[in-house]
Design a protein around this ligand. Structure first.
Ligand SMILES: [Zn+2]
Length: 424
């Protein structure tokens, strides 16, 4: 395409002095942008397609490090596969005549067992960015006829100024050559520290007009940054107060999606999301799961108090099945054991005792009773309605209490009263 304006003319002129991609950069791309292959043979050995070395390993994973050439191999498990192929991009971030240039190089890799691995490359696209934000694209032609792929580049075509096409925006790579040349405006945004598996151009665009993102990049909260870039349903503002606490406490978020989930849950639980005690947990997975369990309990409570039709139906079923036992009370003067008379009480019992009796309301063969001393819960008792025997009696956290044997005896000795209710 011929340049249509002064800006395009200037860039076309500048492009004449752009240096070719260096040998060192290409070598880096061959190493990092594509997988290297190994094959697991039927005898369990691994054949490295990179150097031809065959070695034994106890590992069964998808990846393995070749002990000879130290390449990280992606392992194919078909012992008959001879050929492995992959292609992918890497980016080189460069400057030229006062413009920022993001260059995309496609690496083509073929590994054939018993042969030297083959690598080739082709620089397929350049995005030229002016300090004022203007952009133009240099690209090769793509094969578009009869294919749904948008990146079948034609290496023999010319890398030249092309009319903008949204396809160019789809070309992305997590692999960026680590030594980047940056215009001062991008250097100032904190981009000099790397791209952290994010496409460099996308990262520049995102950080440029977003102070929050710029801060995340500068303080190294790159997992969070990547999450907010990828998950547009998440609003960075909702988390900002907590993120500031993390930054102040030098707490690095390593599992961004779990962390955001966790913060949402803390809010739901009414916890202080400005408090480092909550916001910076040592073990995020553990803290996340704990908060989640709590939130689920609350949801359960809301179900009970809200009297949803589903919950009322549960109550109804329970009453039909176990109503004949309601009102049964055994006592030895100190311990009182009574039948639990509603699903709601069953759920409350389970919550208070930290065990799962709350789900027992629909067990046809079970009768659940609560043992108390002076109205305080001691154990929860399950009686099998066929044998009329106590099948379990558990205190808090499923532990037995000092009163355990007395409770079991009290219920077993009153089994006759249960029986009477069944035949009445
Ligand atoms: Zn090797």
């Amino acid at each position: 395409m011929k340049p249509r304006n002064k800006f395009e003319k200037e860039i076309l002129k500048a492009s004449e002095s752009l240096k070719p991609i260096s040998e060192k950069q290409i070598k880096w791309g061959y190493r990092h942008a594509v997988s290297h292959f190994g094959r697991r043979n039927s005898d369990g050995t691994i054949l490295c397609a990179e150097c031809g070395h065959r070695y034994h390993t106890s590992g069964k994973g998808e990846h393995s490090i070749c002990p000879k050439c130290h390449t990280r191999l992606t392992i194919g498990n078909n012992p008959r596969q001879r050929k492995f192929k992959e292609q992918d991009y890497f980016a080189v971030v460069d400057t030229c005549k006062g413009y920022q240039v993001v260059r995309y190089i496609m690496v083509y890799h073929t590994a054939t067992i018993g042969k030297e691995p083959e690598y080739s490359h082709c620089e397929v696209m350049q995005r030229w960015i002016a300090p004022n934000g203007g952009k133009v694209t240099f690209a090769r032609m793509r094969q578009t006829l009869g294919t749904m792929y948008y990146d079948l580049w034609i290496p023999s075509s010319e890398l030249t100024l092309r009319r903008e096409n949204q396809i160019y925006g789809y070309i992305e790579t997590p692999f960026t050559y680590p030594r980047m040349n940056l215009l001062p405006m991008f250097r100032k945004l904190g981009l000099k520290n790397g791209t952290f598996g994010i496409d460099p151009q996308r990262l520049m665009d995102y950080v440029k007009d977003n102070n929050r993102a710029e801060t995340l990049l500068k303080v190294g909260q790159t997992k969070l940054l990547k999450l907010f870039m990828d998950d547009t349903a998440k609003d960075i503002e909702n988390y900002w107060a907590s993120i500031r606490i993390c930054i102040r406490n030098h707490y690095k978020v390593t599992k961004a999606s779990e962390w955001c989930d966790y913060i949402d849950t803390l809010k739901y639980l009414g916890k202080d999301v400005h408090n480092a005690k909550y916001v910076c947990p040592t073990d995020i997975i553990k803290a996340h799961n704990k908060a989640m369990r709590k939130a689920l309990n609350i949801a359960e409570m809301e179900e009970i108090s809200g009297k949803t039709p589903e919950f009322l139906a549960k109550e109804m079923r329970y009453k039909m099945a176990k109503g004949m036992f309601f009102g049964l009370i055994f006592t030895d003067g100190e311990i009182t054991v009574r039948v639990i008379e509603s699903v709601k009480d069953m759920v409350l019992e389970g919550k208070a005792m930290h065990h799962c009796v709350g789900t027992y309301y629909d067990k046809a063969k079970s009768l659940i009773l609560s043992a108390t001393i002076n109205s305080a819960r001691v154990e929860t008792v399950e009686v099998n309605l066929d044998t009329l025997k106590v099948v379990q009696s558990r205190g808090v956290n499923n532990q037995n209490t000092p009163q355990h044997d007395r409770i079991v005896d009290l219920v077993n000795s009153n089994a006759r009263l249960i029986k009477e209710r069944m035949t009445a």
